[in-house]
Design a protein around this ligand. Structure first.
Ligand SMILES: [Ca+2]
Ligand SMILES: [Ca+2]
Ligand SMILES: [Ca+2]
Length: 269
């Protein structure tokens, strides 16, 4: 019976993750590994297949003005090199994301290199102006966006901030049922257009994220980090799409579960 359990577990590993480590373990071991040892390795491999970012605690707030001159920004880990064009085999322009929290707010910043910043002067009250602009985007979900929890598809939430610091925030029910009337309570954003692109700085109160039940028991929120890179070519708007995580879809689409990684909030009270 024990042998059978090990075989079944081995087959499960082969189906869900690269089996290299697991195969080595099985062959190198002179003793049959206990079932608990095998289970621990399965869990580790599944976790490794997800993109992660730690939102660390800092006892520091920042002035939300689109200028990242506060020292705290220099002390944080970054998401940068993993930003890519998932649907084009060309190099993506530089994008840098950072975030932290001070147990009051979730702070984030983007540094975006962009030789042709597209933004509109007029702002439409329905927030749809952002759809035709360069922008950075954050999506927040508590769990898989496309699977029911207690027979309901859970909402997830997005904010898209343009190079002038204006946000289109909305809730979404899978698939693509958007509600732009949703606003992140108490959120603040600012941005500055600079010589080689634009810089975004913002926060969302933790009480707002908590009220939306976005945190798991392990203080993790599933997050998508994206950038819309638009260029105006005469009257045509060329739209390109940059993501932290490759969603592996055939056509550009961020509103899929595979577009999310996870943010682990450390030191959260
Ligand atoms: Ca600032
Ligand atoms: Ca652009
Ligand atoms: Ca809104």
């Amino acid at each position: 019976m024990k042998f059978l359990i090990i075989i079944v577990t081995f087959l499960l590993v082969s189906c869900t993750a690269p089996a290299t480590n697991q195969t080595t373990t099985m062959h190198n071991s002179t003793e049959t590994p206990s079932n608990s040892e095998v289970t621990v390795k399965v869990v580790n491999q599944v976790q490794l297949s997800t993109s992660n970012y730690d939102v660390n605690y800092r006892d520091s707030s920042v002035n939300i003005d689109g200028v990242l001159e506060e020292e705290v920004w220099n002390s944080l880990g970054v998401i940068s090199g993993s930003f890519l064009y998932p649907w084009e085999k060309i190099e993506a322009p530089f994008t840098e994301f950072k975030a932290y929290h001070d147990n009051n707010n979730f702070y984030f910043s983007f540094v975006v290199k962009d030789q042709a910043v597209v933004s509109e002067e007029e702002w439409k009250e329905d927030e749809s102006t952002v759809d035709n602009e360069d922008r950075v985007e954050l999506f927040f979900a508590s769990t898989s966006i496309d699977k029911p929890v207690e027979y309901e598809i859970p909402l997830y939430y997005a904010t898209e901030v343009d190079p002038l610091g204006r946000a289109h925030d909305y809730s979404v029910k899978y698939y693509r049922e958007f509600d732009s009337k949703f606003n992140f309570d108490g959120a603040k954003n600012a941005a500055q257009i600079v010589d080689d692109g634009y810089v975004v700085e913002g926060y969302i109160p933790l009480t707002t994220l908590k009220a939306l039940n976005l945190f798991s028991e392990d203080q993790i929120i599933r997050v998508g980090v994206f950038r819309a890179e638009f260029t105006k070519n005469h009257d045509e708007l060329v739209m390109q799409w940059i993501s932290w995580v490759d969603p592996k879809t055939e056509v550009p689409d961020f509103h899929v579960d595979s577009a999310f990684g996870q943010f682990r909030f450390l030191g959260l009270k």
